[in-house]
Design a protein around this ligand. Structure first.
Ligand SMILES: Cc1cc2nc3c(=O)[nH]c(=O)nc-3n(C[C@H](O)[C@H](O)[C@H](O)COP(=O)(O)OP(=O)(O)OC[C@H]3O[C@@H](n4cnc5c(N)ncnc54)[C@H](O)[C@@H]3O)c2cc1C
Length: 236
């Protein structure tokens, strides 16, 4: 499918964790950037590959400033991310699509919402969660279950810990697979299997790589959650 791409300027880059960077992109003034939390954009990259486009979920909540944030992990064996990490700097121009995709918040959120992700799969959930609070949307409880390897890999940790302190109905549960600490260890699956063992009218949003999604969807179905209660975005 052919997409239109705009020349967007990289206005900031921040190291968020080992091998993970936040990229801040400004769309040209003549483009009115509008998106729903959960959507992604595509880059058309100057790389020597059969497919030069790569997709990235928007990590920032919708705002009025024509700027969006992406959070990207390097794949050293890949073609696109080594280009983004080595050749792209503040001031670089990236050919970027308009926001795309149907992974969005439901209209009715008045339930317990559980976000389950690993690694940069946090991106659309950061956008969605801040959108919910910015717009004062009605919900019962939000639980964010976030799997990474070590404490250093907990993206946006401070932000989510602060949100948890200020909002009674938001719970942040990082889960570490390769480090012992005072919090949860192992994989995200054990956490929701335990937390949501009593079936209810919950809503599950899943995001990350296919393996994690497959296991989570199978588990949730076995726990008698209906397909209609599960939304997901796959990174591969
Ligand atoms: C909706 C969506 C959102 C994503 N959001 C994020 C994010 O927020 N952060 C993040 O770090 N990663 C995200 N990804 C993954 C990202 O798009 C890249 O796959 C990843 O960065 C690796 O790219 P690479 O070029 O370094 O690796 P490579 O191995 O060189 O490229 C792999 C990628 O190339 C593309 N590709 C290869 N073959 C085909 C084909 N036959 N048809 C079409 N495309 C093909 C695909 O995107 C594939 O995953 C997302 C993926 C999707 C689909």
């Amino acid at each position: 499918m052919a997409y239109s791409y705009y020349d967007c300027e990289v206005i900031d880059i921040k190291e968020e964790a080992p091998g993970v960077k936040r990229f801040f992109l400004k769309y040209p003034n003549e483009v009115e950037l509008r998106f729903d939390a959960g959507q992604f954009v595509m880059f058309d990259l100057p790389i020597d590959a059969k497919y030069t486009n790569r997709s990235y979920s928007i990590a920032s909540a919708p705002s009025e400033d024509n700027v969006l944030e992406l959070v990207i992990v390097i794949n050293p064996q890949g073609l696109g991310t080594p280009h983004l990490f080595e050749n792209v700097q503040v001031g670089s121009i990236l050919k970027t699509s308009i926001p795309l995709g149907k992974f969005k918040l439901d209209e009715d959120l008045n339930r317990h919402i559980c976000f389950i992700c690993t690694g940069t799969g946090i991106a659309p959930f950061r956008s969605m969660i801040f959108d919910i609070f910015n717009k004062k949307r009605i919900f019962q409880q939000i639980t964010l279950i976030f799997g990474v390897r070590t404490q250093k890999d907990i993206l946006y940790r401070k932000e989510f810990e602060e949100l948890e302190k200020s909002e009674n109905n938001f719970k942040f549960i990082p889960v570490l697979s390769r480090e012992k600490w005072e919090g949860k260890t192992g994989y995200v699956h054990d956490v929701y299997l335990d937390l949501f063992k009593e079936p209810g009218n919950h809503l599950f949003y899943l995001c990350g790589w296919a393996n994690m999604l497959k296991e989570a969807r199978e588990n949730l179905k076995e726990m008698v959650y209906d397909r209609k209660q599960i939304r997901f975005e796959s990174y591969d």
